[in-house]
Design a protein around this ligand. Structure first.
Ligand code: PGA
Length: 257
């Protein structure tokens, strides 16, 4: 049984003071989440404060990106070891904003995935097609290419520690979410690939999240799909009450809330 995972991606939102307030409110709203795992990914500058706010709670701390080197002359970058020192357990990699706004390549993302694993961070590899690619019938081709490239060279035991987030680019921050059926179709395809790249057991246990305009009123429809194992939430994770509701709706799938 895959326990659903609900991850908040705060993007570039939140001063330390604002992050503290939001983190406390989420922690208080999810004292004993059952049947769901919850994580929050604030900006780098707020990681320490959020880590403190959720210390001792079941909520996990995550980062939105990392570099592939342990240290060095990489102005402006943050290494995986710097994240684990602050208590991060997971890291988003290959988010579509990193790919499209900052021109991150599959090769760079692959190096980041390997580095995160080396440091004991669980990477959530984000994949997803643009509207144009979907129109051209390239959805499966695109997500397959991103998954194969992002995981290139990983051993099966390493793939075991990964998660995937399917985030169609056209659904991110637009208010136009994929339908649950559209998500389920891609998730099923990705799970088949996990079986090939890792193992059948890994495909059975690995979590594939949906992301893109997830809100309190649509979150439940995604996690009702057997192949959707949680959600990656952007804008709606900045509202504590809404994020808590999303986590509780997803928990229902895990059998208890
Ligand atoms: P959104 O973003 O929920 O605001 O659409 C999702 C994401 O980018 O991870």
């Amino acid at each position: 049984m895959r326990v659903p995972l609900v991850v908040g991606n705060w993007k570039m939102h939140g001063t330390v003071a604002e992050a503290r307030i939001l983190a406390h409110a989420v922690r208080d709203g999810l004292k004993r989440p059952r049947g769901v795992e919850v994580a929050m990914c604030p900006p780098f500058t707020a990681l320490a404060a959020v880590g403190e706010a959720i210390a001792g709670s079941p909520i996990a701390l995550g980062a939105q990106n990392c570099h592939w080197e342990d240290k060095g002359a990489y102005t402006g970058e943050v290494s995986p070891a710097m994240l684990t020192e602050l208590g991060c357990r997971l890291v988003l990699l290959g988010h579509s904003e990193r790919r499209h706004v900052f021109r991150e390549t599959d090769e760079e993302i692959n190096r980041k995935v390997a580095a995160a694993l080396r440091h004991g961070l669980r990477p959530i590899l984000c994949v997803g097609e643009t509207a144009e690619q979907r129109r051209q019938g390239l959805t499966f081709t695109v997500v397959e290419g991103q998954l194969r490239a992002g995981w290139a060279g990983l051993a099966s035991a390493e793939i075991d520690r990964c998660s995937i987030a399917y985030e169609p680019v056209w659904a991110i921050g637009t208010g136009v979410n994929a339908t649950a059926a559209q998500a389920a179709e891609v998730h099923g395809y990705l799970r088949g690939l996990v079986s090939e790249l890792g193992s059948k057991d890994t495909a059975h246990s690995l979590r594939i999240l949906y992301g893109g305009s997830v809100k309190a009123d649509n979150a439940g429809s995604f996690t009702e799909e057997p192949d959707v194992d949680g959600v990656l939430v952007g804008g709606a994770s900045l509202d504590a009450a809404g994020f808590v509701t999303i986590a509780k709706k997803c928990a229902a799938k895990g059998g208890a809330s």
